[in-house]
Design a protein around this ligand. Sequence first.
Ligand code: TXA
Ligand code: MG
Length: 330
Amino acid sequence: MKARILEAGEGLGEAVRLLASGNVVGLPTETVYGLAGDAFNPDAVARIFEAKLRPLSDPLIVHLPKADWLERVASFDSLAQRRLVEKLAAAFWPGPLTLLLPKRADLPDLVTAGSSHVAVRVTSNAYFQEVLTRLDSPIAAPSANRFGSISPTSAEDVRLELGEAIELILDGGACFHGVESTIVGIRAEEMSILRPGPITRDQLNEYGHVSSSSENVNSPGSLPGHYAPKKELHIIDTDISSTSMGAFLAFCQPRQGFVALEILSPRGDLREAAANLYGALRRLDRSPAVKIYAEPVPEEGIGVAIMDRLRRASCGSKNGIGHLPAGNAF
Ligand code: TXA
Ligand code: MG
């Protein structure tokens, strides 16, 4: 099977038909492309895991077109939790925020990998919203990559990852944010960030207390080793100038003497850097270099999410050395 890519507007009807008959489809979101299946059809959900080669122990995010649909998949532990969710939904939905809430019993257990909690979000992508409305069912959609690999931020990247396993990808252009949604666990009036993303800690802090540890809630996919290129990736904290074997992932300044170079944002803008991150990593992965050296970005705002993904990538790549000591020869 070789997936067809259709312009999102043109392919909408066909995407809905495929989803309604239990198939899976690649869809654009404002964060990264997702691999969509009807959340209430266990066969479709099983196909998502199969296409991604994802372990059944790793739960999927459920997408809704609007907050009104929340009660189709989730419930609340307390009035305080409900109030906080309403505030967060009003502030950040549609948008790149995923909330972990008690799951409704009739949502298939496969979606949440047996967990009593479901991760939900309302995407701002107009095509995805239209597909949801026409299908009239919540959609389970993880990032549209093979398990552990780099999330796709274009339709072509989805084809490179899953082209042999799926039939159709809707092309909605490049993803606006470029890194996955912020995942937030909610206990009464307290929030904990399970995965940093485009909605930052400071933004959440305006709506309640954000605890600094996520010990209490387990997010299986938040393990080191996710989002990894095939090549070894090292985050360098020293000033290296060149290497005959290396590719360099720079934040804003060019570096001389590398086999390949990607600059995430020449003007030093973290939002732009996030949007370019995964595409740049893919290009460096395809370059003749044997290793990738990544420069740290300032760990503020969405920079927290960028550094989170780079650290996981450095653990997931071949030997996971991570930070190089000063003066290291390579
Ligand atoms: O931006 C995004 O969130 C993208 C787009 C496509 O919506 N989706 C995405 O999904 O990144 P995925 O599956 O690649 O990452 C979701 C993460 C995984 O680490 C998973 O383990 C965690 O969320 N997760 C999902 N449901 C969960 C649950 N019920 N309990 C704990 N963790 C959950
Ligand atoms: Mg993923």
